[in-house]
Ligand binder design. Structure first.
Ligand code: CMP
Length: 143
């Protein structure tokens, strides 16, 4: 299995609920290595840029308002099969449909405010990582 990277974002609801440490614990116990992380406050325009693929969808306005409503924590993660494994760890977009024990099932309120984002493919992961992290912020653990 190949090492992959994915972009996680601990969303503003995660930060407001003081769940940063709790969710990072789930992530690390799931076997993911943290390559880089930071706390940022997206502008409305910044949130629209990140979710550009969803422009025109009925939830786009709510999503970008929410994502710019407070600080969030983008995290670059690395693991074999990271994309699929991370999506398993966090569960379905709608917490009501998420499997027991997943991060969204445990902590999310609804489909819009669902605690955490995860990239849906290796290609999109690369684009999403570069949205938040320049190359020199992607720390190499092993030289
Ligand atoms: P995320 O993985 O960050 O990617 C897009 C986000 O849009 C998604 O999580 C949800 O939080 C949000 N969203 C809100 N409403 C919907 C919807 N009806 N369908 C899909 N995503 C939605």
């Amino acid at each position: 299995m190949a090492k992959e990277r994915t972009l996680a974002i601990l969303k503003p609801d995660c930060v407001r609920k003081d769940l940063i440490g709790t969710v990072i614990k789930h992530i690390q116990e799931g076997g993911f290595r943290i390559v880089s992380l930071k706390m940022v406050r997206l502008s409305k325009q910044g949130a629209e840029g990140f979710y550009e693929v969803h422009r025109g969808r009925p939830f786009f306005e709510d999503l970008t308002n929410f994502m710019s409503s407070g600080p969030c924590v983008p995290i670059v993660l690395e693991k074999d099969n990271a994309i699929e494994d991370f999506r398993k760890l966090i569960g379905a977009t709608d917490p009501a449909e998420a499997d027991e024990g997943t991060v969204r099932k445990l902590y999310a309120d609804n489909k819009g405010e669902n605690i955490v984002h995860g990239s849906d493919s290796v290609e999109n992961g690369k684009i999403e990582i570069s949205y938040f992290f320049p190359e020199n912020e992607l720390v190499q653990m092993h030289a």
